[in-house]
Design a protein around this ligand. Structure first.
Ligand code: GLN
Length: 334
């Protein structure tokens, strides 16, 4: 368990061990699920081990619980979109941001080449068209310093210095023709904040930041903790931007599974084709999973199944109405 302060924290009490037990059980229940495929459209991602499966929960009070491959590195991919949206919201403010990208679920695949017919803008920042637009705005504001800005804030949220997976970055850079097409269309409609090549380079770099499930749990716990990194008391994200980010994660974070996700799991979330998945339980905890076997929607199969079980077991659904459900998690909070 990382993150416990040996001086101020008491020995784990029964609630801690109970939460750890639930996580271990959920991990065991989902580990045998072999459904799905490892992403291969970015060639370097195809080498991921399909047996890898990790879970991590980080509370806003600084506790960490893990199961399985929680320390195995992988690339953040589209999980990054939620965090960069939060950053650009802070840089530009929500009104200016809304002029470039909307907050409407598209009901389409993450890489679909289409815009909202009423606004002629990308539907939302969680699909590629919206995320490339968001990255373009960071580039417009910060130019060559944009990647370091993103990496620094992601690192502060994770509580440790993150780095770039150079092989995945080069692999996507060489093969990302569909994203190039999207970026040219965005340039054509006037929402791309910089030259196509520079903006795409920044997007591919952002997607290739290397993380573990534990890092993602701390990053989402920072959102859950209203922008403050729980272990470091570091104000990483802007408060109002955190609210907007969680809202759009709730409605759009799981692509064309978002409606089902909101219904069944009820937690703001974001997935990535590297196998990462985060969930934010506002003011309570950050959740993360790593499993590279993906459903056709691009969401990690075991991660989705595990979050569903955890939401049920711990009463985490935003609209949970059983007294039992909501009180279960309260027992784990201090
Ligand atoms: N870098 C990937 C892409 O743009 C991210 C997609 C994803 O994780 N869904 O295709």
């Amino acid at each position: 368990m990382r993150g416990r302060d040996p001086v101020t924290d008491a020995t784990p009490g029964p609630a801690d061990s109970e939460l750890q037990e639930i996580l271990t059980q959920v991990h065991a229940q989902c580990a045998a699920d072999r459904r799905g495929e490892v992403a291969s459209y970015i060639p370097e991602l195809a080498s991921a081990d399909p047996d890898h499966f990790g879970l991590a929960l980080a509370t806003v009070s600084g506790q960490l619980f893990t199961a399985g491959h929680a320390e195995t590195p992988f690339t953040i991919q589209s999980v990054s979109k939620a965090f960069t949206y939060c950053l650009v919201n802070e840089l530009l403010g929500p009104d200016e941001l809304m002029r470039h990208v909307g907050v409407e679920p598209s009901g389409d695949a993450f890489n679909s080449i289409e815009f909202d017919p009423t606004t002629a803008r990308p539907f939302n920042p969680m699909v590629n068209a919206g995320a490339i637009t968001v990255v373009g705005l960071v580039y417009r504001e910060l130019g060559d310093g944009a990647f370091e800005f993103i990496l620094d804030r992601f690192s502060r949220a994770a509580g440790r210095r993150l780095d770039l997976d150079d092989a995945v970055y080069r692999s996507e850079s060489e093969t990302g023709h569909r994203n190039r097409a999207i970026a040219h269309l965005l340039k054509g409609i006037g929402v791309l904040g910089g030259p196509v090549d520079e903006v795409l380079d920044l997007y591919f770099r952002q997607c290739s930041i290397r993380v573990t499930a534990t890092d993602l749990a701390w990053m989402s716990a920072t959102l859950a903790n209203l922008g403050m990194q729980p272990l470091k008391d570091d104000p990483v994200f802007d408060l109002m931007a955190v609210r907007d980010t969680q809202s759009v994660m709730y409605s759009c974070g799981m692509y064309n599974y978002s409606g089902n996700w909101g219904f069944r799991v009820g937690i703001p979330a974001k997935s990535g084709v590297g196998g990462g998945l985060v969930g934010v339980v506002n003011r309570q905890l950050g959740m993360a999973a790593y499993s590279p076997l993906l459903h056709a929607t691009g969401n990690p199969v075991r991660g989705v199944a595990a979050f569903e079980l955890l939401a049920e077991e711990l009463g985490l659904h935003a609209f949970c109405c059983t007294k039992l459900g909501s009180s279960i998690f309260e027992r784990f909070l201090r």
